[in-house]
Ligand binder design. Structure first.
Ligand SMILES: *Cc1c(COP(=O)(O)O)cnc(C)c1O
Length: 474
């Protein structure tokens, strides 16, 4: 399988193979990598895959996209990643039935209790494998306000050849999140609490990344959500969810996905393009409704910071959707020159583009199956309460956004699977607001606030930060 950039003009793509793009972020032309074509999965293959354990299903799907890792090694990496020990059950992503035709697919029973573990755990093993093969090292450097940073640390802890330097705003994460991250004592994990806010952390990451000499000397990389390997790993649970919700390949299923950067639902798009019988892909946003606006109107408008809301489903608080370019590339017939213009020059000039007058826009719904909706804080509270009262199930705030929109758009006769993207314990204060009680804490997290912690507190000073990274690497 070869990969091309979403901004490569037709015929001018310089295709790359999987391991070349694994450790890279953006393509040098500013685009995102996608496979040259989507492998097609027929009904006989679906039948064969139906009964596979999750790790082996992952291997089958990944093999279609990865041809530069020997099959035996790739299978071993999948089996090492998707274990009941790490993900809490043999099913890995068990389906919970709420009522006839309405399901939750549990993607958040990994080490950090959010769905990002599904991909990040695999990425940790892939990185370790590929770095060892090349005899290289990588220093992952990032900023987090919670979810992504902890998923990266839990994926990379103890991995050879990788160090993680993760900045976070000092004292601003929840006590649970701080305990989760700072209790990691592995030598290769460096928690850096910055005296400032999340934006200060992001500015520091930018400042370090802009120093190309430093970046090269210390092999600085990232693990952000535009990495193709993360997206590919997420394709697997759409198949696993489909198999659990159906008994025959003639049945269709819709998925509803709480969305921010469009990574999760883009994996659903890939699964559908491969031939998985998905009816609708429902994009659920919170008040940060960049994506809902696009699917309703054809206008994609990046929000300014004054227009980006802090909500009670914070992992979906985005001003732009960094994976969205991948879908637009497919929607526009893989016209890389046009995508480069829209997302490069166009967004830089006006912060927006408008496809409503283009006949291709209608295909987002008619051909690609996209539907969207949004949810507000009041909706989340009502949905958490309603789901608890009617089904005895406690959902987190992000999953509540999904459930709210799913119930609005679902159609009789077609099962709707809502992706559960986090557990309620991560967002306890909103659960207390909705239900007047604390969410249950999984046994392995009892008492984590009392564990020893390792964190370095620093000012927002780029030189001090570089000195710290340099001293940890030498
Ligand atoms: C990251 C995240 C999302 C959004 O996923 P995208 O891939 O960015 O669309 C939703 N819910 C939770 C809990 C998350 O951590």
């Amino acid at each position: 399988m070869q990969y091309i950039s979403t901004r490569a003009a037709k015929g001018q793509a310089e295709p790359k193979r999987f391991c070349e793009i694994l450790l890279e972020g953006l393509s040098p032309d500013g685009g995102l990598y996608l496979p040259m074509h989507y492998p097609q999965v027929d009904s006989a293959t679906l039948s064969r895959w139906r009964s596979l354990p999750y790790a082996d299903l992952a291997f089958e799907i990944l093999s279609l996209y990865v041809d530069d890792i020997p099959a035996a090694d790739l299978r071993a990496l999948c089996r090492k990643t998707y274990t009941s020990d790490v993900f809490g059950s043999e099913a890995i992503v068990p389906l919970k039935r709420l009522q006839e035709g309405l399901y939750l697919e549990a993607l958040s029973n990994g080490p950090t209790l959010a769905f990002k573990d599904m991909a990040m755990q695999l990425l940790g093993n892939l990185f370790e494998y590929e770095l060892a093969r090349r005899g290289e090292e990588l220093n992952i450097f990032g900023a987090t306000s919670g979810d992504t940073g902890s998923a990266a640390e839990y994926a990379m802890r103890g991995k050879k050849g990788v160090r993680v330097f993760m900045t976070s705003p000092d004292g601003r994460m929840s006590p649970f999140q701080q305990a989760q991250m700072f209790s990691l004592l592995d030598d290769n994990i460096h928690n850096i609490a910055i005296r400032g806010v999340f934006d200060d952390c992001q500015d520091l990451v930018k400042a370090v990344s802009n120093d190309l000499a430093f970046k090269q000397r210390y092999k600085i990389g990232t693990v952000n959500s535009i990495n193709w390997a993360r997206l590919m790993a997420q394709v697997v649970y759409y198949f696993a969810g489909y198999f659990q919700a159906t008994t025959a390949n003639t049945e269709r299923v819709s998925f509803c996905v709480p969305s921010g950067n469009f990574g999760n639902v883009c994996a659903g798009h890939v699964a559908r393009m491969m031939g998985l019988p998905i009816d609708k892909l429902v994009v659920a946003t919170n008040e940060n409704d960049v994506l809902d606006e696009f699917f309703r109107t054809g206008v994609y408008r990046v929000r300014g910071s004054a227009d980006t809301h802090e909500t009670s489903s914070p992992s979906m608080d985005i001003s732009k959707a960094s994976n969205f370019e991948r879908f637009v590339f497919d929607l526009l017939g893989r016209d890389g020159a046009r995508v480069a213009d829209l997302f490069g020059a166009g967004l830089a000039r006006t912060g927006a583009f408008d496809l409503h007058a283009d006949p291709l826009f209608a295909q987002a719904a008619n051909v690609y199956g996209f539907v969207s909706g949004k949810s507000t804080h009041a909706d989340r509270i009502a949905t958490i309460r309603d789901t608890w009262q009617r089904f005895g199930v406690m959902v987190d705030t992000h999953t509540a956004d999904g459930l709210k929109v799913a119930q609005q758009v679902r159609q009789a006769g077609i099962p709707m699977v809502v992706l559960e993207t986090a557990l309620p314990i991560k967002f306890a204060s909103t659960i207390v607001e909705a239900l007047g009680r604390e969410p249950e804490r999984p046994v392995k997290f009892l008492g984590i606030e009392a564990l020893p912690k390792r964190v370095r507190v620093m000012d927002a000073d780029v030189n001090a930060l570089k000195a710290y990274i340099a001293s940890a690497c030498d």
